[in-house]
Design a protein around this ligand. Structure first.
Ligand code: NAP
Length: 305
């Protein structure tokens, strides 16, 4: 069997591609690591910025995505892709159990994962005060004190965003200088309710049911202090899940697959959609948009080849 399109990943980009593929009557399957759809949103406490479903939990939105796919008879295969080969014009996908799938086109929609600090309390309080997305979760900390960890553009922009919602924002950065662009840094440093803790790292995240405080270590003096916060936003970079594809398609220096707005990579017939793709804004809505664009590009490719 040779498929028209195989979609790898069942986050918002993958499920949208699956829906569009079924509606376009393409021979398709979705390969996913677990038997759940939704990708990163499964772990999101509440999604309040996706039209039509205000306040829905990430888990419930994921379930809705799944239901939608199942209503259209999408075929899901569970497994981890270990290899993508090109055999003439046919692409061959090998899974960890050795099974192989042949297809005319591939949409890589494997997303990525936020880099973790790997400190005590981080996993325990994930979704209970520990967040990796200020845009998604900031509103839950209205008039509270929070911390942002990191010194890049995301951390600085998150802190500026949070300063408008929260009573006080600590920014915890491991060096004495930000990596972020100067104009954002200047803006951040001019905000009254922002306190920057330079040369500092989080030693542990503490609380009972939710986050209550952080132990902070000054890396120069080795002194440990405790600050009270209701939430901590970790913005120390992102790790794209592109390892099996790096030898096949072009990636940038951080491992994101280089692809255009219509999701075309440098290899004809291979598309990248959602957070795995080089882009400015990584949100559910932009991932879903990619899924739709990718299938349109797949249809164009199938017509011309
Ligand atoms: P980033 O630029 O890689 O910055 C990550 C930050 O986290 C750095 O300050 C780094 O410290 C710190 N860090 C990394 N690992 C850490 C750890 N284990 N513990 C404590 N701190 C740690 O990542 P990003 O901010 O997510 O941005 C990703 C990319 O998107 C960047 O290229 C950025 O320029 C771009 N971006 C641009 C814009 C914009 O132009 N408006 C907006 C958002 C993102 P060090 O500085 O010491 O390495």
């Amino acid at each position: 069997m040779i498929y028209d399109v195989i979609i790898i990943g069942s986050g918002p980009a993958g499920v949208t591609a699956a829906i569009y593929a079924q509606r376009a009557e393409l021979k398709s399957i979705v390969i996913e690591k677990t038997g759940f759809s939704g990708g990163q949103i499964i772990n999101t406490y509440e999604v309040d910025n996706y039209p039509g479903t205000p306040g829905i939990s990430g888990f419930d939105l994921s379930a809705k995505f799944r239901e939608h796919c199942e209503r259209l008879n999408t075929n899901f295969v569970t497994g981890e892709v270990v290899k993508l080969d090109i055999d003439n014009d046919i692409k061959v996908i090998t899974l960890d159990d050795g099974s192989q799938y042949r297809t005319k086109t591939v949409i890589i929609a494997t997303g990525g994962v936020p880099r973790h600090l790997d400190v005590p309390g981080e996993d325990k309080f994930s979704g209970l005060g520990v967040s990796y997305c200020a845009t998604c979760d900031g509103a839950f900390f209205k008039n509270k004190t929070v911390a942002v960890v990191g010194g890049g553009d995301v951390a600085v922009e998150d802190a500026i965003f949070l300063s408008r919602i929260c009573e006080k924002v600590y920014v915890i950065h491991r060096r004495d200088e930000f990596r972020a662009n100067k104009s954002s840094v200047n803006k951040l440093l001019s905000i009254d309710n922002v306190v920057v803790l330079w040369d500092s790292v989080v030693d542990s995240i503490k609380g009972t049911e939710t986050v209550e405080s952080l132990d902070i270590k000054n890396v120069k003096s080795e002194e440990v202090s405790n600050i009270e916060v209701s939430g901590v936003f970790i913005a120390v970079g992102y790790v794209p899940s592109s390892d099996p594809y790096k030898d096949v398609v072009a990636t940038d220096e951080r491992g994101y697959i280089i692809a255009s707005e219509n999701c075309e990579t440098n290899v004809p017939g291979i598309f990248a959609a959602g957070d795995i793709r080089t882009k400015d804004l990584r949100q559910i809505i932009t991932a879903a948009s990619d899924g739709a664009n990718a299938i349109t590009a797949v249809e164009r490719y199938l017509t011309n080849n």
